[in-house]
Design a protein around this ligand. Structure first.
Ligand code: ASP
Length: 332
């Protein structure tokens, strides 16, 4: 039997972490080290390994993700798919960005681990094996980027880290996993249609987007500060279905005149509404004042999409409709 050939790009994260000289664990292992530690992988796939970095997930940048996307799209026809190994803190963002910009229809699987490489019950080896199963699977073609941990397969647009420590930390709040790995095989329960890939923009680091969540009683004064400190866009995580205190509404309107502003929600699941409430600071009021309705995307994904669109040169109505089209994809 010929094994699928898979490109594995290792960037770091807990799965690569071991105790170092100081206190606590830190990323030390390379992609090759990971492979050596899981001999069972040799029976699942033929892996070509690239150690892109040894960073914690929090230190990955959007430029890193675009460089990784370029490598994935550069795979020749011999490769069945790709695995990206990284810190779980930002897996949902990486998967979302790869889903948005990678053009190949071959599976792109993002994985990591919740427990360090040497910890009792380390979950990294099982996650790598499951990731290889999905990345090498014909059935996973055309599904875009997937997150595979704890033998669950999540769509990039739905997945979120929902617990800081549990091995079952990944969930698709408001949705469900699209599949599972059982007895070494992919069981696929749903196929979400993919959106067309967006061109990879240059200079993403020059399109910073602020992410601001509000709590009861906040007067929104940070909104006024954003243009002066160089932000080019903002995502506001409002309350409930997209609501702000009444006295924030004018501040949001001024901000929306200075830069694109996405109205997201601080609630873990469900979309921002667009036509239900009519009070000052409600979603209809804020949208009328210039906010872009945030759809189903949680704050961090909304931030990255807005950065990609701004860096891609989109402005005004074109930016608004591109954002709306990609944030409502959950309904497709
Ligand atoms: N807790 C994280 C992880 O599971 C640390 C990181 O994102 O690097 O990998």
């Amino acid at each position: 039997m010929t094994l699928p050939r898979i490109l594995l790009i290792s960037t770091g994260g807990t799965i690569t972490m071991t105790p170092g000289a100081g206190s606590g664990i830190a990323p030390t292992l390379t992609g090759e080290d990971l492979l050596r530690a899981v001999p069972e992988l040799a029976a699942r796939a033929e892996l070509d390994v690239v150690t892109y970095s040894t960073k914690p997930g929090a230190s990955l940048t959007l430029s890193d993700l675009l460089a990784i996307a370029e490598r994935i799209d550069g795979m020749d026809g011999a490769f069945a798919g790709a695995i990206v190994v990284q810190g779980t803190d930002t897996i949902e963002e990486t998967a979302f960005v790869l889903d948005t910009v990678v053009a190949t229809d071959r599976p792109v699987v993002v994985t990591g681990a919740m427990r360090g490489a040497g910890a009792p019950g380390a979950d990294g080896p099982a996650n790598l094996l499951a990731a290889a199963t999905v990345a090498g699977s014909e059935a996973a073609r055309g599904l875009g980027a997937l997150v595979v941990l704890n033998d669950e397969v999540h769509a990039a647009r739905h997945v979120q880290k929902a617990h800081t420590g549990a091995p079952s930390a990944f969930a698709s709040p408001g949705f469900a996993p699209v599949g599972r790995v059982i007895e070494g095989a992919l069981h696929l329960y749903a196929r979400l249609p993919r959106l067309p890939a967006m061109a990879r923009p240059d200079a993403v680091e020059e399109a910073p987007v602020a992410l601001i969540a509000l709590a009861l009683g906040d007067d929104g004064r940070l909104f006024d500060a954003l243009p002066g400190v160089g932000y080019r866009g903002a995502v506001i995580q409002a309350m409930g279905a997209g609501h702000l205190p009444a006295h924030c509404a004018e501040r949001l309107q001024r901000l929306a005149q200075a830069m694109p502003v996405v109205l997201a929600t601080r609630v873990a699941s469900g979309p921002v509404f667009e036509r239900t409430y009519g009070f000052t600071g409600s979603e209809t009021d804020l949208i009328a004042r210039g906010a872009i309705p945030g759809g189903y995307l949680p704050g961090p994904k909304a931030c990255l999409l807005l950065r990609l669109l701004i860096a891609g040169g989109l402005r005004g109505e074109a930016l608004r409709s591109a954002y709306v089209m990609r944030s409502r994809a959950a309904l497709a």
